[in-house]
Design a protein around this ligand. Structure first.
Ligand code: M6R
Length: 429
């Protein structure tokens, strides 16, 4: 094994198997043997011998996978992506359960608490959807915990490391825990003697094993290439981390997180029960268009990046996620008659500004779709989401854009779960 993930699945004495992760082997075994970089495994039907490159035999106990083969079945769903979007309320409840003690207080491990208490700045390092979740996490960490936070794309950070603070804490966000770009940064960070915390959905994954501490996402296996439930899980876990830091440092808390997360889960249920409305919106705005914009401000702008990524990767529409105020500095030139512009509006502070931006694009012929939230809604908005604390709005307003991306891909005849040119875990740099 050399950098890329490799795992041995132990059979019943009549076979053994290797693959890059447990999910590929769950149907045939739940017993696994971990391999570390620089080790080789000699596999026969009956035996698996792990050795160093010098030929020294290593004793390695197998472990039992914590996921069940039934967790990775599609059941009655047409696609994994649809199933995984539907699972989001349950994932949020699962996270609450795992990170809350019997008094309803947030409970993190001592290891995680120690790590964050030593830090003067957080560097979130991630790719794709995890990066987009990191952008939301930055706002939450800064506003709740008061800790300066930067978010970096792994493939850039590895080669262009910025000036670091004195006591940086690296937070690796990764659904799979196997993303090679992020792992390369982790290796470098460790070489420099810094501490790292991994937030991942996969216990025992490379990024989890190699970081000092792990916070799990408890989202259950995510199979569809388009990440959905991992995004909302990452935001919820980052919020929990922010609240714990704030409590430890005596910061005033603007609202009680765990009950608000529970309310978010209930609201998510209600949104998922109205899927056909988003199927209609996808039909109206995205079915035939060659391009689209998602616009918002502040946290909504971060969700717009995720909306655009979802639409690009599964429906192959050229999509841009943009801060509304930035359009006039160049990209508004792309707006022409009928260009769909999907606006997310949940933040009271910038409600009027983003509505002004919508007017600007409509004046140039755009076909605007407004998804707003109670408290900042206007009567003619296309969909009005129930109110949640504005800081947690990304957990709610990402659902309509995930659903619209899904239905747009279906309407355009795309392979939703396995989009072209993409892999679920990106294990090459
Ligand atoms: O497993 P990771 O979270 O590290 O994966 C990062 C990206 O490759 C991933 O989020 C990718 O962008 C998804 N396909 C997006 O839906």
């Amino acid at each position: 094994k050399n950098k890329s993930p490799l795992l041995v699945g132990l059979g019943d004495g009549t076979f053994n198997v290797v693959a890059s992760d447990a999910m590929a082997m769950l149907q045939v075994t739940d017993q696994y043997l971990e391999l570390h970089d620089g080790e080789i495994v000699i596999l026969t039907r009956e035996s698996a011998t792990v050795k160093t490159l010098d030929g020294e035999v290593l004793e390695r106990a197998p472990y039992t996978a914590e996921i069940d083969a039934s967790d990775i079945e599609k059941g009655t769903y047409a696609h994994y992506m649809l199933k995984e979007m539907d699972e989001q309320p349950a994932v949020i409840r699962n996270i609450i359960q795992h990170y809350q003690n019997e008094n309803g207080d947030i409970e993190l491990t001592e290891g995680v608490r120690e790590l964050v208490s030593e830090a003067d700045r957080v560097y979130i390092v991630a790719c794709g959807t995890s990066y987009n979740a990191g952008l939301v996490g930055k706002d939450i960490l800064e506003r709740i915990a008061g800790i300066p936070t930067e978010v970096h794309v792994s493939s850039e950070f590895g080669y262009n490391m910025p000036l670091l603070s004195e006591r940086p804490l690296f937070v690796f966000l990764s659904q799979s825990g196997e993303t090679a770009d992020s792992r390369a940064v982790l290796v470098e960070v460790k070489k420099r003697g810094y501490k790292a915390l991994t937030m991942t959905n996969v216990p025992g994954s490379t990024l989890s094993r190699e970081a000092n501490e792990t916070m799990l996402l408890y989202a259950g296996p995510e199979i569809a290439v388009a990440s959905t439930k991992a995004y909302t899980a990452q935001i919820a876990v980052l919020a929990i981390l922010a609240y714990d830091i704030a409590r430890a440092t005596g910061k005033e808390l603007p609202f009680n997180l765990m009950p608000e997360l529970a309310r978010v889960a209930t609201i998510m249920d209600s949104i998922m029960a109205q899927k056909e409305l988003f199927e209609d919106l996808a039909e109206r705005y995205l079915k035939t268009t060659p391009n689209t914009f998602f616009i918002g401000r502040g946290l909504d702008a971060s969700v717009c990046l995720e909306g655009a990524l979802k639409v690009k990767e599964i429906s192959y529409i050229q999509a841009e996620g943009y801060p509304g105020g930035e359009l006039k500095h160049g990209s508004i030139a792309l707006i022409e008659d009928g260009t769909p512009v999907i606006a997310l509006i949940s933040q009271p502070k910038t409600n009027l500004n983003i509505r002004g931006n919508v007017k600007e694009v409509v004046a140039r012929g755009a076909n605007a779709c407004i998804i707003s939230m109670q408290g900042v809604e206007h009567e003619n908005d296309d969909f009005i989401l129930p109110h949640v604390e504005p800081l947690l709005a990304p957990l709610i307003n990402v659902l309509p854009v995930q659903l619209m991306a899904y239905y747009a891909a279906l309407a355009r005849g795309c392979d939703v779960d396995k989009p072209r040119n993409l892999a679920k875990s990106v294990t090459v740099e």
